[in-house]
Design a protein around this ligand. Structure first.
Ligand SMILES: C[S@@+](CC[C@H](N)C(=O)[O-])C[C@H]1O[C@@H](n2cnc3c(N)ncnc32)[C@H](O)[C@@H]1O
Length: 401
């Protein structure tokens, strides 16, 4: 294992999966109805959200890092894509081979390298390079994103997913609330049945209203008490866009789709060369409230300044730190005045309600009474019913000369 891929102070994702003998995203695509739904979701992601028609992948060379047991790549193989895999977890390879064999698609696999992204070396470039579900957890993720851009041929595409920092605020808040409840109840094992029961008391009723494919217990285990869900794993579009700009690539599409700068524009009004990544960033700053909550915008909000964004990051970090310990002492007070001013200045009611509820809940995180914590959380109508936008995809195109 490349030491550079270790997350500061914790297990890497691969070490965690290996230690748990756990396949994080096994999808039983052998079942016809599961396969149909899986294909529909992947097509929707690639074609409608990211703007990449899968039927154009016939004969194209695709490199996928972190393919796990290959359920996603199988969809690309049905379209004739030629696949190279780079995956460090040896436990998943047998299932990947079996799957491709059972679909009669083993000839689509041109290579399988048991390696992490940092160790993979090649002089080749690819039509499409994918890194889904792990990149933002790497300590050297900036260099690895630059490496991915370098592996795409000019005019080709890259698709990466990541855990978003503002989008993760509500999950980190829920996690902090839960860890405070654990500390106050003297829970010592956050993976125990007792810990699960406390989590159900806070979140299960709201979770069951979602169209989630995971069970409550899986969500709790994967998100709220997973030792590999850390502040350091959260990333953001501006940081990634800056790397694309420096490496000669341009944002192409995202999922969720939040950028509207091209909407209603005549195609002859082409953007200035090199300006597209910046346009995505400006749009992102005006949609901060959408990222925080997942609520569709009622109109564009004001542009979030660097100071507001720094305070959001500080708040997410402080909340994440609570979720790293079971310290029963009250946490340090939360300071984010510009962020709250920004929300309160909104012409819409929802951001103002969000600010009021968030201030009240942050105020009770220091309470020594778990009943008070529970009742304040339950009384936060907006915060408890929203989940933020924790997981995002960014598709980019490598610039052509
Ligand atoms: C959460 S799973 C996602 C699997 C699949 N890509 C998806 O999105 O459904 C993360 C995958 O990334 C792999 N992975 C973790 N660290 C990696 C690294 N440094 N290089 C390449 N793959 C890595 C894991 O072994 C696992 O297969």
């Amino acid at each position: 294992m490349d030491p550079k891929t270790t997350t500061p102070g914790s297990l890497t994702m691969v070490e965690y999966y290996k230690a748990q003998a756990f396949n994080p995203v096994l999808i039983p695509v052998e079942r016809q109805e599961v396969w149909k739904e899986h294909v529909a979701k992947r097509r929707h992601l690639y074609e409608r959200h990211l703007g990449l028609p899968l039927s154009l992948l016939g004969g194209r060379r695709v490199l996928e890092f972190g393919c796990n047991s290959g359920e996603n790549a199988l969809v690309l193989a049905t379209q004739g894509a030629r696949l190279t895999f780079v995956e460090p977890n040896p436990l998943v390879a047998p299932r990947l081979r079996e799957l491709f064999q059972s679909f009669g698609l083993e000839a689509s696999i041109e290579a399988f390298h048991e390696a992490g992204i940092a160790d993979f070396q090649t002089d080749e470039t690819f039509d499409l390079v994918i890194a889904e579900g792990f990149l933002s957890t790497l300590a050297d993720r900036e260099a690895m994103l630059a490496k991915i851009v370098g592996l795409v041929r000019p005019g080709g595409f890259g698709v990466v997913s990541f855990n978003d920092r503002p989008g993760g605020l509500l999950e980190m808040l829920k996690r902090a609330v839960l860890y405070r409840a654990y500390a106050l109840a003297s829970v010592t094992d956050v993976q125990s049945e007792e810990a699960l029961a406390i989590a159900r008391g806070f979140f299960e009723a709201d979770f069951l209203k979602l169209k989630a494919s995971r069970t409550f217990e899986t969500w709790w285990r994967d998100t709220l008490v997973a030792p590999v869900y850390l502040y350091e794993h959260l990333w953001s579009y501006p940081e990634m866009l800056a790397i694309l700009q420096a490496e000669g690539a341009t944002a192409f599409g995202t999922s969720p789709m939040w950028s509207t700068w091209e909407h209603f524009n005549w195609y002859k009004n082409t953007p200035e060369a090199g300006s597209v990544n910046g346009r995505f960033e400006e749009e992102w700053r005006r949609h901060l409230f959408y990222f925080l909550t997942g609520l569709p915008p009622a109109g564009k909000e004001a542009r979030a300044s660097d100071e507001v964004l720094d305070e959001v990051a500080g708040l997410v970090r402080a909340l994440a730190r609570i979720g790293d310990t079971l310290d029963p002492g009250a946490p340090a007070p939360f300071e984010a005045p510009r962020f709250f001013e920004y929300l309160m200045a909104s012409p819409q009611e929802a951001p103002r309600a969000f600010a009021r509820e968030l201030l009240a809940l942050l105020g009770t995180l220091g309470s020594p009474f778990s009943d008070e914590l529970l009742s304040t959380y339950r009384g936060s109508a907006l915060l408890r019913s929203q989940w933020g936008t924790a997981y995002h995809y960014l598709c980019f195109q490598k610039n052509q000369a």
